[in-house]
Design a protein around this ligand. Structure first.
Ligand SMILES: NC(=O)c1ccc[n+]([C@@H]2O[C@H](COP(=O)([O-])OP(=O)(O)OC[C@H]3O[C@@H](n4cnc5c(N)ncnc54)[C@H](OP(=O)(O)O)[C@@H]3O)[C@@H](O)[C@H]2O)c1
Length: 265
C-alpha cells in the first residue's frame, strides 16, 4: 500500500533508537523527510547514518536531519523548530519517567514527569497544529504507553502524566482542526524489545534474584502473542497513522500490545 506521504516532512522525537527510531525508519521507507531528535550525539549520528542508508537503498531523495537536544526543555524544542518549523507529521516521544513508590516523589519529581510526558507533547502540538491546518494536512502521533489503559502500580509518574496528555488530546483532536485534515492520535506500546524494556527486565531480575531469562520468559507468557513486539512493527503502525489513508482516524488511543490488555474495548 502506498501510504501517500512521500515528500512530507516529519519530526520524530526520541529517535536515536527504540520505538522512535522504528517510527523514523518506517516514515523514511515511505519517502518522508525526517528530522530526528535525541540527547546523545553519538547515538543520533549513528541513527541518522542508518536512516540515510535506508533512504538511499529505497532510491529516495528525501532528507534526514538531526538535532541533538532534550525535547522536554523549551531550549531543546526551540533548537528543533529553528531548524525546521513546518512539519506535516510530528511524532512526540521521550524517555519514560522512572518507576518507584509514590511516597518518595515530591513536587519536583512530578513536574519533571509532567514536563517530559505531558507538556512537551502539548508544546509540540501547539507549535505545529495551526500550520498543518492552514496547509490542509497534518498527522500527530504521541507515543504514550499501555499504562494509560492498564496502569502499572510502580509507574505512577507515567500513569499520571500520560493520562493528562491523553485527556488533552481527546479534546483537541475533536476541535476545529479535525475538519482541516489534521489528526492527533496516541500510540500505546505494550512490551517492545528496546533498551528501555531490557533495563526494566534487568531491574526486575536484580530485585527478585532470578536470572534474566526467567524474568523475560515469564513476561512473555503473560502476552497472548507470547513474544515482545519489535520497533519495526511499532513503526509500521505509526506510519499508517501518518498516512493519507488514516485521515478519518483521530482522537484515538491505539494499543499495540500483542493482546496483553484483557478488555473488550
Ligand atoms: N519499549 C516498551 O515496551 C515501552 C512500553 C511502554 C511505554 N514505552 C514508552 O515509549 C517511549 C520510548 O521507549 P523506548 O523503549 O523506545 O525507549 P529507548 O529504547 O530507551 O529509546 C528512547 C529514545 O528517546 C531518546 N530520548 C530519551 N529522552 C529524551 C529527551 N528528553 N529528549 C530527546 N530524546 C530523548 C533516547 O536517546 P537519548 O537518551 O540519547 O536522548 C532514545 O533515542 C518511552 O516513553 C517509554 O516509556 C515503551
Amino acid at each position: 500500500m502506498d501510504l501517500g506521504i512521500s515528500g512530507k516532512t516529519a519530526l520524530v522525537c526520541g529517535a536515536s533508537k527504540g520505538l522512535g527510531y522504528g517510527c523514523a525508519e518506517a516514515l523514511v521507507r515511505e519517502g518522508a523527510n525526517v528530522v530526528i531528535v535525541a540527547r546523545g550525539a553519538a547515538g543520533l549520528d549513528a541513527a541518522a547514518r542508518a536512516l540515510s542508508k535506508v533512504a538511499a537503498d529505497a532510491g529516495s531523495r528525501n532528507f534526514v536531519k538531526q538535532v541533538t537536544a532534550d525535547i522536554t526543555t523549551a531550549e531543546g524544542r526551540k533548537a528543533v523548530l529553528s531548524l525546521h518549523s513546518e512539519f506535516d507529521i510530528v511524532v512526540t516521544n521521550a524517555g519514560g519517567p522512572p518507576p518507584g513508590d509514590f511516597r518518595a516523589w515530591n513536587r519536583e519529581t512530578w513536574i519533571r514527569a509532567i514536563d517530559a510526558n505531558m507538556l512537551a507533547p502539548v508544546e509540540l502540538i501547539r507549535a505545529s497544529v495551526d500550520g498543518m491546518a492552514t496547509r490542509g494536512f497534518g498527522r500527530i502521533v504521541n507515543i504514550t504507553s499501555s499504562a494509560v489503559k492498564a496502569p502499572i502500580s510502580f509507574l505512577g509518574l507515567s500513569n499520571g502524566a500520560r493520562s493528562g496528555l491523553t485527556g488533552f488530546v481527546a479534546g483537541i483532536a475533536r476541535s476545529s482542526i479535525a475538519a482541516k485534515g489534521v489528526t492527533i492520535n496516541n500510540l500505546l506500546p505494550g512490551s517492545f524489545e528496546t533498551d528501555r524494556l531490557q533495563a526494566t527486565f534487568v531491574g526486575s531480575a536484580e530485585r527478585s534474584g532470578e536470572d534474566l531469562d526467567t524474568v523475560v520468559t515469564r513476561h512473555k507468557q503473560l502476552i497472548p502473542a507470547r513474544r515482545l513486539g519489535t520497533a519495526a512493527e511499532f513503526g509500521a503502525i505509526c506510519a499508517f497513522l501518518c498516512s493519507v489513508h488514516a485521515g478519518y482516524l483521530t482522537g484515538q488511543n491505539v494499543l499495540a500490545d500483542g493482546g496483553a490488555y484483557p478488555g473488550t474495548y
